[in-house]
Every structure is written in C-alpha cells, then in structure tokens.
Design a protein around this ligand. Structure first.
Ligand code: C2E
Ligand code: MG
Ligand code: MG
Length: 507
C-alpha cells in the first residue's frame, strides 16, 4: 500500500495550477461583482476587511489561504507516510522488525499453550544474493515485492512481516506435539509458491527458500524467539538444508565454539601456537632436503594439540587469516635461524584454502621477506585442491603473485580431490605431494602402485618434483625409490619435532 505516490502528487499539483490559472484569468468575473455588492452591505469587521480591497489584493489573499491549506495537507500526508514507514518496510510495505516485534509480543500474551503450539518461521530466498549480482537494484526491489505479494496471498495474517527486507517472519499455529508433521506440510506449501519462476526482464528466476523455525517455549519473549529462529536459519544455511528447527543443544555448541575462538585468539597472543618440523628426505641420497612446518598448540590444560583438533574449527573464520600470518612469520623466523647455522634446507609452509582468498596475504608476505631478509627460493607454500573450490580465479591470482615473489608452490594431498589433474596447467607447480592414502602398504597394493607410478611420470613431465607422504616402512620406501620418486616424508625417517629438537639435530 503506497500512501502518497509520485503520480498522485503530480496530478494534485497540476490541478492546483489549473485552479490558479482559472482564478487569475476569470476570478474578476465571479468575485468582483460579489465584492462590490458584499462591500456595500456588510458592516466593518473581518469579512469586510477581507473583501473590501481591490480584486488583485483579494486574489493574493485567497491564494495565500489556498497555499496554506495545500501545504498543511501535503505536510500531513508526508507525516503519515513517515509514520507508516517507521513501522513498515520500504520495499514490501509489510510490517518491519519494530512492528513485527510488537505483533509477536501481543500474540504471546494471547497464547493458550495448553491447546496448541506456535512456531515462528523465518523464511529467506537463499539464492537472492546471487540473483542480485545480475539484476539492477530496482529490479531486485520489484522481485522482493513480488515474493512478498505471493507470500501474503498464501499465508495471509500468519505472515507477520519482514525482519530485514527479504527475511519473512511467519507465526504459525499448529496442534500440540505435532511440530514435525507441521513442518513437513508447511514446507510443501512454501515450495508450491515458488514452483513457477518469477520473470524479471523476461528472464525466469527460480527461487529456493531456506527456512529456520523455532517452536514457542514458555518464558520466550519476542527477541529470544526471533533470535532462536535465526539460529535455526543459519544452521540450515551452513548445512545446505531447506529447513532447520531450533534445538537447545545447539546453543551449548555455540557457547563452546565462542569460548574456543576466544581461547584460540588468546593462544595466538600468548604464543602458545608453534610449528613442529618434519624432514622431507631426498629418496636417492637419504639426506634431508627440507622441512615441512606443521602447526601445534601447546594448550595450557589439554597438552599438545595437533592441527586436526583446531584448524577445522577456525577454517571458515577470520581467525584463519591471523593464524596464517602467525605461521608465516614464525616459519620465516625459524628459516633464518636455521640458515644462520649454515643449514641449506628449505622450508614448506601450509596454507588453508581460505588464505588464498585473502587479498592482503601477498602484501604481508612481501613485507616479511624484507623484514627477515629471506630468500624465497627456499620456501614452498603447500596448498590443497580445496583451495580452488569456491573462488578458483582469486585463488589462482594469489598463487601467481606468491610465485612472482620467488616462492615455490607445492600441491599437497595430491590425488584426494576430484580435480587433481585440472590444476596442473593453471599455474606453475614445483612439487606434487602424493597423499598418504596411496602410500600406505604400497609395496603390496598393486592398484596404488600403478596410480603412484603414473603420478610420478606425470609430475616429471611437467618438471615438478614428487614427494611421497607418510612413508612408514622400509618396503614402502624401497618401492618408491624404485619408481623414481624424488622425496619422501614420514615416520620412517622422523615424526614432526619441535624447533629446539630440530636445532639440536642439525648442529
Ligand atoms: P599435511 O600438510 O598433509 O601434513 C602431513 C601430515 O601427515 C601431518 O599431520 C604429519 O604429522 C602427518 N604424517 C607425516 N608422516 C606421517 C606418517 O608416516 N604416518 C602418519 N600416520 N602421519 C604422518 P599433522 O601435523 O597432524 O597435520 C595435519 C594437516 O594439518 C596437515 O596435513 C595440513 O593440511 C594441516 N596443517 C598442519 N599445519 C598447518 C599449518 O600451519 N597451516 C595450515 N593451514 N594447515 C596446517
Ligand atoms: Mg602439507
Ligand atoms: Mg599432505
């Protein structure tokens, strides 16, 4: 509902202009005779004051009165409009979060929880962000308006409004203890609305909706209820589900997670995180070629933690950016210290996939090269194929800029992804690290023998070195040597060791 549309305003102004023109042109025909007659019969007073002067003055006075009237009408309309949009969304004109909050509060007061249950659902078109990238803002607004209209038509008053312009809030009533059945039916209804595409500039857009639901619990207020529904929504998004219901146990997980993140940032500050070094050995000479730097957390209560216990928890968070910077700085420091002892071994540093989406990473590395005065030629950055899953262009761009600085690139865990081969021609690869899953028991596993043999041929044909990960036995080592593998890494030679232990060994 638009209270005061532009076209109405224009029409209204136009009518006023015609009125003024009419009065100016013909006013004297109608007004003057009356004025003269009125002027003679009416006694002095306000009316006389008003009608006594000349036609021109009279016309001016009437104009002022009309103008004042018009202004007060316009001001009133503007005020109404302002009032309306203080509680309604600009695009959909549905109640906005302030009004929705009030509506929920009012409804809660009227709940009879012994007779039925109530579920709050937040509904969000999951692919709208993507669609927005290819249509204009005005088209996107129209699209949201259309979605809102369809939702309103289907759900009527159960659609309370929007929390943000495309986050629809619905309050639904259903039978007690039938939450799951209700959820199923509701999902069907929602899907039905968007079965057919919505057209924008003749282009059909198919909508996918993601829903988060939370059933009312005694003691909830509007804020808590909406917050919990949002928790369910974000869970649905993160798990790529159509629908998720709020579960109290998730709260505990969230609290634990937040505690963990706080602890992790504290650990970075307190230097509890360190790097262990594991040799990569030249298979032909059996001498250490370089070291791989592997993260460890000296946790004050839990002891020494390995990356599997904390990296997955920080991988999707900004913490992974700080973590990478911390490791690069520490690895450069170790490298300089090793070189000072006349050690010519190189060093490999692991990067997570998200790190290759970090626009500032190359600049940071560049700064650290100067600060530590290191020769990049001896340093490998190990990356895995997952780095290219979400934004391959950006990942490749970052890799190329790292390569330009003089560093070497190593493809870690090679063979475990679906696209291992497709990246070999996208950027320069110096080393391929064949994943441990192909190496374990390779001396007896005929299939793995063929795979690794061919991976080695392939790597050599693009002038990359091959490193076999996780060699544990003499027999595995012997087989890898026989097929011309260049480097090996594994417990057969050494487990990862602290920097101090490594220093003791190399001196
Ligand atoms: P990765 O880079 O493939 O490292 C090799 C992993 O195999 C290491 O596990 C190493 O300790 C283990 N390993 C080496 N030789 C053997 C062996 O003979 N037998 C067995 N069973 N395991 C062996 P770790 O240190 O637990 O690291 C696991 C993964 O965590 C690494 O795999 C790497 O992807 C990641 N990671 C480690 N440090 C960092 C880091 O500083 N930054 C990032 N982003 N990731 C790291
Ligand atoms: Mg690695
Ligand atoms: Mg690996």
């Amino acid at each position: 509902m638009r209270l005061f549309s532009k076209s109405k305003l224009v029409l209204f102004s136009l009518l006023l202009c015609i009125l003024f023109w009419f009065m100016e042109s013909f006013g004297h025909y109608f007004l003057l005779p009356n004025i003269h007659s009125v002027g003679t019969s009416i006694q002095p007073g306000i009316l006389r004051e008003l009608f006594s002067p000349s036609a021109h003055e009279l016309y001016t006075r009437i104009s002022i009165i009309v103008l004042i009237l018009v202004f007060s009408i316009v001001a009133q309309l503007m005020l109404n409009r302002q009032k309306f949009f203080a509680t309604h969304d600009m695009i959909t004109t549905l109640p906005n979060r302030y009004l929705v909050q009030k509506l929920i509060t009012d409804r809660i007061k009227r709940f009879d929880t012994s007779k039925c249950s109530h579920t709050l659902v937040i509904c969000k078109p999951s692919n709208l962000a993507l669609i927005r990238r290819i249509i204009s803002t005005a088209e996107a607004d129209n699209l949201i308006l259309e979605i809102a209209t369809k939702m309103k038509a289907q759900f009527g008053d159960t659609l309370l409004g929007v929390w943000k312009s495309d986050n629809f809030v619905l309050l639904l009533r259903h039978e007690l203890h039938h939450h799951d059945k209700f959820v199923e039916q509701f999902l069907k209804k929602v899907s039905a609305i968007f079965e057919k595409p919505i057209y924008v500039s003749d282009f059909p857009f198919h909508f996918e909706l993601t829903l988060g639901a939370c059933e009312y619990q005694t003691g909830y207020n509007a804020n808590v209820w909406v917050k919990n529904s949002y928790k369910a929504l974000s869970k649905a998004f993160s798990e790529a589900l159509k629908f998720s219901s709020y579960n109290k146990a998730d709260d505990r997980e969230d609290q634990d997670y937040l505690r963990f993140i706080g602890e992790f940032f504290g650990a970075l500050k307190q230097n509890e995180l360190t790097l262990y070094l594991q040799p990569k050995v030249d298979i032909n000479t059996n001498k250490t070629d370089s070291f791989e730097a592997l993260s460890r957390w000296n946790h004050p209560n839990k002891g020494l933690l390995t990356p599997g216990q904390y990296i997955p928890k920080i991988e999707e968070r900004v913490a992974i950016l700080d973590f990478a910077r911390y490791n690069i700085e520490l690895a450069f420091d170790y490298f300089v210290k090793l070189q000072a002892l006349n050690n010519k071994n190189g060093l490999s540093i692991n990067l997570s996939s998200v790190n290759l989406h970090d626009h500032e990473l190359t600049h940071f590395i560049k700064e650290k090269i100067h600060q530590h005065q290191i020769d990049p030629e001896y340093i490998h950055f190990e990356i895995t194929e997952t780095s290219f899953l979400s934004n391959p262009e950006l990942a490749i761009k970052t890799l190329k800029s790292i390569f330009k600085l003089g560093f070497k690139i190593s493809l870690d865990d090679f063979g475990t992804g679906f696209n291992s081969l497709s990246y070999l021609n996208k950027f320069h690869v110096d080393e391929i690290k064949i994943d441990r899953s192909f190496i374990t028991n390779i001396d007896t596993n005929f299939i793995n023998q063929i795979i690794v043999k061919n991976m080695t041929i392939l790597a050599h044909s693009i002038k990359a070195r091959v490193c076999a990960e996780g060699i544990e036995t003499e027999k595995e080592y012997a087989f890898l040597k026989s097929i011309g593998c260049d480097l090996g890494q594994g417990y057969y030679w050494s487990k990862p060791k602290s920097f101090q232990e490594t220093l003791d060994e190399v001196t």
